[in-house]
Design a binder for this molecule. Structure first.
Ligand code: B4P
Length: 182
């Protein structure tokens, strides 16, 4: 079983939903940079104050800030993990490579979830988080295309990328993902 993996895909593809499910069923640490950033915002920390406005505009929080969170979480953890929403650009992917080399915990697989823009927008509007209004969602999709999508080729070139379905019910997508990871 693969126990060091990450989910790649546009906002709303279901990465968070499936990561939560998989982490529970396979006893993996679910590291969602979005969730960790929202927890900082809720706690009113300095980090949260810096992140909040950026997130509400649909842009990426600074690499340094996100990397500090990932480094501190992964270096304390023993066992398998699942990264959700990280890395989101090339510098983050390169920094992750460096960190995993240091920790001697190589990444095993990258699961790619993709979905058409209209369906993504509908799902996120239905979710209704503070950063889920149509203008911000469209901007997040543009940020995904410009900054995150190049990572598909990055991981494909290493033979680590595996596309998984994103349509169908939450349960049927989870079943398909479990099969891929067997
Ligand atoms: P994230 O928290 O990562 O959120 P997301 O990409 O919008 O959501 P996800 O793809 O996980 O979709 P979900 O499962 O929730 O990012 C938020 C912000 O944080 C970013 O814009 C950025 O500012 C900041 N940030 C995070 N990480 C960062 C980083 N590394 N660097 C810099 N900034 C960073 O699913 C969406 C909806 O679809 C849900 O309502 C769900 O119920 C529904 N859904 C899921 N599966 C479904 C299915 N099969 N059928 C129907 N609906 C489904």
């Amino acid at each position: 079983m693969t126990h060091r993996l990450l989910f790649l895909g546009p906002p709303g593809a279901g990465k968070g939903t499936q990561a939560e499910h998989l982490a529970l069923s396979h006893q993996l640490l679910h590291l969602s940079t979005g969730d960790l950033l929202r927890a900082e915002v809720k706690a009113g920390s300095q980090l949260g104050l810096e992140a909040e406005a950026v997130m509400n505009r649909g842009e990426l929080v600074s690499d340094a800030l996100v990397l500090a969170i990932v480094r501190s979480t992964l270096s304390k953890h023993q066992g398998g993990w699942l990264l959700d929403g990280f890395p989101r650009n090339l510098p983050q992917a390169q920094a992750l490579d460096k960190l995993l080399l240091e920790l001697n915990q190589p990444l095993q697989k990258v699961l790619l979830m993709e979905l058409g823009d209209d369906e993504l927008v509908q799902r996120l509007l239905a979710r209704g988080r503070t950063d889920d209004n149509e203008a911000v969602i469209r901007h997040r999709l543009q940020v995904y295309r410009d900054q995150t999508k190049p990572l598909i080729e990055y991981y494909q070139n290493r033979g680590q990328l595996q596309a998984v379905p994103s349509t169908g019910s939450v349960e049927s997508v989870a079943t398909a993902i479990a099969l891929v990871l067997q």
